[in-house]
Design a protein around this ligand. Structure first.
Ligand code: C2E
Ligand code: CA
Ligand code: CA
Length: 401
């Protein structure tokens, strides 16, 4: 495209803003468990006077070449806030709306100020706006992105990373930057979740995201096979043609009205996916047992999960089992140390397992952070993994006092 042509195209876009030919369409996002609309993504559409529709692919890449994309994004945010305001006036139930922002905004000074100014002008609660940035935003300038993300979240907006898994970003990057939501790239679902490798990748990303307490969104879900698999992995939110295509405001409002009125309150315990049931179970276990240790006696190794600082001397999260018993015994009252070491020695536990015992329990006095000894019960349960012969133990520990 030569310069003149670009100028012309840019002028045409600016004219379209004025005539309100460019406007948001809304694609609902559904709770994977309850099937209710819980949010939506605003996607730009250019509808010309003669009714023809221009899709983003025909103008976004062009606008992305320069800072002209910034203007589109701010225009879209304005239009979304205007919609939310009118929706509230009509007493139609509203849900948070994700607005796409180009990575160029990171370099634009005063992003948060303009974001707040626009949203406040319409009197919209900040929790109703999700700032959606594509994964590529996060690849370089980590410090800058971190500051950007923090300031957006401190102002009460949530951040979603779009197209996750499409590029080169590493999972570890996500742990360093504070965000709220991860949207899986559509390409990750390209094989309809029938391919073993695809399933492993999806499952790993979802497990990782859930451990970081991120909301997970699958985009471009078109088939019930994809939906089924995503549910078993505990994916939280579903967006895609299977449920709904991007739609104009009026249609979206109808859906907001209908879905909230019609939605039957189903028993969450009956319809949830197995993995989310497991997550609830784990939450309950941690309420009762703040320290859980998985050990492999055959391989002299362990892996620890704790949601509280359970003892005054903290042990490594994973490592050699015998060292754990040694360092664990040092947090006990001197009278109990030897008994603890003997009871939980590998030798003694393997013998108990060989005798067919299911559990070994011991009560000891353990020193807390505050210098006070409290009685602690440790129960070691022998468990069997279906595909390995190793002797595995799950230890559940809790305070009795
Ligand atoms: P995106 O942000 O990844 O948006 C998702 C795209 O996937 C949308 O395309 C949506 O219509 C499409 N989609 C959703 N569900 C399905 C499905 O089940 N199957 C298939 N095949 N497609 C599905 P759309 O609306 O054409 O937007 C394309 C891209 O344009 C967006 O990709 C986004 O990167 C960009 N874009 C759209 N609106 C804006 C905006 O306001 N600002 C900026 N900076 N970019 C925008
Ligand atoms: Ca998006
Ligand atoms: Ca996307």
């Amino acid at each position: 495209m030569d310069i003149n042509e670009k100028e012309k195209k840019l002028l045409a876009v600016k004219e379209a803003y004025k005539k309100k030919e460019i406007r948001p369409y809304y694609q609902p996002q559904y709770d994977a468990v309850t099937n209710k609309i819980i949010s939506a993504e605003a996607l730009t559409r250019w509808i010309k006077a003669d009714g023809t529709m221009v899709l983003p692919v025909d103008y976004i890449p062009f606008l992305e070449e320069s800072n002209a994309i910034l203007e589109l994004d701010w225009y879209m945010l304005d239009a979304v806030c205007d919609m939310l305001k009118r929706q509230r006036e009509q007493r139609i139930p509203s849900v948070p709306i994700a607005v796409n922002f180009s990575r160029r905004h990171i370099l634009e000074g005063g992003f948060v100020e303009l974001l707040c100014e626009t949203v406040n002008r319409y009197g919209i609660s900040h929790r109703l706006i999700k700032v959606e940035l594509t994964e590529s935003t996060f690849i370089d300038n980590t410090d800058e992105v971190e500051r950007f993300a923090n300031s957006v979240r401190e102002a009460g907006f949530s951040i979603s990373i779009d197209d996750f898994g499409s590029g080169l970003s590493s999972l570890s990057l996500v742990k360093d930057i504070s965000i709220d939501e991860l949207k899986l790239d559509r390409a990750l679902l390209s094989r309809n979740c029938e391919d073993e490798k695809e399933r492993i990748v999806l499952e790993s990303i979802l497990t990782f995201a859930h451990r970081l307490k991120l909301v997970t969104v699958a985009e471009g879900v078109e088939t019930s096979e994809q939906l089924g698999f995503l549910r078993t992995c505990g994916c939280k939110v579903i967006q895609g043609y299977l449920f709904a295509k991007p739609m104009p405001e009026q249609e979206f409002w109808q859906l907001c009205l209908k879905e909230t009125q019609d939605a039957e309150i189903e028993d969450i315990l009956k319809i949830q996916a197995v993995s989310s049931a497991h997550q609830l179970l784990i939450d309950a276990i941690f309420m009762r047992y703040p320290l859980v240790i998985f050990s492999n006696l055959t391989r002299n190794s362990y892996y620890m999960m704790t949601y509280e600082n359970f003892s005054a001397t903290s042990c490594a999260g994973s490592g050699v089992f015998e060292e754990l018993i040694q360092s664990g015994s040092m947090t006990m009252h001197p009278e109990d140390q030897e008994r603890f070491r003997t009871t939980f020695s590998i030798e003694n536990q393997l013998a108990a397992y060989a005798r067919g015992e299911k559990v070994i329990s011991l009560i000891t006095k353990q020193l807390g952070d505050d210098g006070i000894y409290r009685r602690v019960e440790t129960s070691n349960y022998f468990v069997k993994h279906p595909s390995v012969d190793d002797v595995l133990v799950i230890s559940l520990c809790h305070n009795l006092d």
